[in-house]
Design a binder for this molecule. Sequence first.
Ligand SMILES: [Zn+2]
Length: 284
Amino acid sequence: MRELRRVATGVWVATARIWSSSTVVVVDDDGAALVVDPGITPAELDGLAAAVAARGWHVVAGLSTHPHWDHVLWSRGLGDVPRLASPAAVAALADDVERGWAEASSAAPGHDRTLFAALTPLGRASRPGADVPLPPPAPGGCRVVVHRAHAPGHLALITRGVLVAGDMLSDQEVPLLDVGPGGDPARAPLDPLGDYRDGLDVLEQAVARYDVDVLVPGHGTVAVGTDMIAERFAADRAYLRALDDAVGTASHTVTDARLADPWVAGEHATQLGLLRARPPTPGG
Ligand SMILES: [Zn+2]
């Protein structure tokens, strides 16, 4: 059973063994629970279901922050409930579900294929740039903001002073741009760097608008307090500036403590290569 840690009233976080992935459970006074990005391995998902049941909570909905395989898993033990995602995320998954399932089967074997990526799109108002409340049966007081950074239709949940950021604002990973499905440059967005900056803007505006003082990244450690949250934004903007400089200057080296991780360094090399192979974007 994974340990659930309380980060705010009604907001609990469990951390997975793989990639320090964060699962968030938002619980109303009556025990109705929203599960965000449930986790990675079948054992972890079953453990989460057991931990939720042991506390007397009942899952009423799921939420996937974005259409990468490790954020669209589910377990029968969590119940047959709507699992929400942005319309753009659902559309992106529909185009690429077999590749995602192959990745899931390789990294975390044993999941139920029929539950993989079985998502319900939020209303059409949930386009990139939107800030909308989550409809029932999700617990009250939950909003999502939608953007295009990292993956199509990426959303963040804001509730009870907490921002659940998905794969953004990590202390362990540099900003990972949307480099296209499977890193296919032909299917990458036109301006992934600009999309990422816009995504950070959307999140930073939401932090100010809703007095957020706890930030839960999809991978890494929770940031508590406005100073620590501001540092996460500053670190990611500094990385994006250095990346942009390195695109135009072959000799420019990006320095960022997070690049000490070999996997992160590899992702950095991939996105730098993609941006260098691109013609400049208009105005960029
Ligand atoms: Zn991701």
